[in-house]
Design a protein around this ligand. Sequence first.
Ligand code: BTN
Length: 327
Amino acid sequence: MQVAYQVLRLIAGGEFHSGQALAKLCNVSRARIWQAIELLREYGLEIHAVSGKGYSLLNAIELLDKELILANMNQTCATRLSQVQVLNQTDSTNDFIKRGMNYMQPNHLVVAEGQVKGRGRMGRGWYSPLTKNIAMSFYTQLKVAPKDLPKLSLVVGICVMKALESLVGPFPGCGIKWPNDIWYNDAKLCGILTESMQAKEGALTPLIIGIGINTHKIDLPIEAKVTSIEEMTGRLISRNQLIARVMDELVVELKRFEQVGFAAMAQLWQHYDLLRGQQVVITEGEHQSHGLCEGINDLGALMVKQENSTKAYFNGEVQVRPYAVVS
Ligand code: BTN
């Protein structure tokens, strides 16, 4: 795979490169270049081969780039990060951090061009094809009580929304679906997987905040309600820039959350909340219930009015109830 990434970096700009030139630059045989091109095609990249000209990408790609990410960040953020690490491909950026946490400094950001075992909430998978979306994980440590962790994951969703809006502006129909998915017109645009580790007595809580953002339109191998920034806005944004904006928000808002709690974010939550006032269905394992969503409570749980009482949900998958089945 190493040669394939070398080739990808050489052809990312969209110009033609002959097999011979690529072989020379990568210091391998032309057969190895051909294999690398086939591998990249298998990973979904559209590569032209024209005799006499060589290989070129159908659409030029701005690959993930540490310097570009740092250049797009504000100074506060750039100085707070201990490291920005760009990977070609990994199993899962959250798992990559889990394996390395013992030697990593807190405030370490990992981004990857692709994941082969991306993980979602509730044991689901997360599809991250090479170069087509953002897979980022941030390792940090915060003073946060276990009871406040659900609210922290809401803060992350708000940060991504703010970062997205700062780049593409507000889009009606785009907002947060509790706890922290970002949806646009009934399809998912971004998912967040926040994992916390047990803190030693009196110590800060280690956290891994994993964020997956669908930037490009992709054909999923399974049927799912998924959309992308490309489909929402009609254009491709710079992934490096969006990563930087998300981090700008996260470093400031996580600190604020640590100091003053969720209260400072409550109004923004209401502004972005897609579920309040909607009839919803909540699925917890095998069990389904439904009711009218009344927003969140002080603990960050979803409040759902059912018959004569209102129930707080801390877990579960929520869907807006299709109109036809409301009884
Ligand atoms: C979900 O909505 O189910 C959460 C999806 C989280 C996906 C991101 S992509 C970066 C990080 N690495 C992972 O394996 N998962 C998260």
